[in-house]
Design a protein. Structure first.
Length: 71
């Protein structure tokens, strides 16, 4: 239940997008074991998170290209 001033379709779409993001991070953590870090300070950790985020974006761009081509 929500009190957002959006239509049911918009709320469903937002929920579905969030679920897709959760699946991406779950796969990234469990398949690639990328949820472990051995960084020494906050700057290294922030850089590590940035690289992980870029890697997820690239993986899903490739995945979408493959879906569009039917492979």
């Amino acid at each position: 239940m929500t009190n957002l001033p959006y239509s049911e379709y918009k709320i469903y779409s937002l929920s579905k997008n969030r679920l897709d993001v959760e699946y991406a991070f779950n796969a990234f953590n469990n398949v690639l074991n990328a949820d472990r870090s051995c960084m020494r300070d906050n700057y290294q950790l922030e850089g590590w998170f940035l690289i992980d985020f870029i890697a997820i974006l690239l993986c899903y761009r490739i995945y979408n290209i493959l879906l569009e081509r039917g492979r």
